[in-house]
Design a protein around this ligand. Structure first.
Ligand code: FES
Length: 188
């Protein structure tokens, strides 16, 4: 739909700067480490300052898509308004936090990440874009909860990437990351 088209157009234009650091790093890493298995362990750096409010970029990390979304205030408010006792999956699924951390919006968003990101922290959401049902790639700004919708079997995730409806058992995974400046996040 429209959201997908917008994601694509954004990737084709504005996101070039945002993923530039990571994109340049790949050939360099490749030269240094001819063994392809080393790439599977590589970290990526992304300058998130180029991700406009209400936009999402996708970058590849260890062979999987990552969604990096600069959420609108409305999206953040919707996520914060959710009673977490009603969530199917009560866990944050955030690899930066203890395994028993609860799925509050604070524990899902980048605000608590090591090293900063102060300007964007609460609004920024960084997730592995792989449906926890059978691994399809959900579509942004879709579904009943203004979040993500998986077209394969109809799972709906909210604006914090938490599963709300459909067959998926878990919230979308948050990868390990830290801010290495106010705007650059190192993932992995
Ligand atoms: Fe997403 Fe089945 S893979 S709903």
């Amino acid at each position: 739909g429209e959201a997908t088209r917008r994601d694509f157009l954004y990737i084709a234009t504005g996101a070039v700067g945002a993923v530039g650091v990571g994109a340049l790093a790949w050939p360099f890493i490749n030269q240094m480490n001819p063994d392809a298995s080393a790439l599977a362990l590589a970290s990526i750096e992304v300058d998130v300052s180029n991700v406009a409010e209400g936009q999402q970029i996708k970058v590849m990390w260890r062979g999987k898509p990552l969604f990096i979304r600069n959420r609108t205030d409305k999206e953040v408010e919707e996520a914060k308004a959710v009673d977490i006792s009603e969530l199917r999956d009560p866990l944050a699924r955030n690899l930066n936090l203890p395994a028993d951390a609860q799925a509050t919006d604070e524990n899902r968003a980048a605000g608590g990440a090591e090293g900063g990101g102060a300007d964007l922290g609460e609004k920024l959401l960084i997730m592995v874009g792989v449906c926890t049902h059978l691994g399809c790639i959900p579509l942004g700004e879709s579904g009943d909860f203004d979040g993500w919708f998986c077209p394969c079997h109809g799972s709906h995730y909210d604006t914090a990437g938490r599963i709300r409806k459909g067959p998926a058992p878990e919230n979308l995974l948050i990868p390990p990351y830290k801010f290495t400046s106010e705007t650059v996040v190192t993932i992995g």
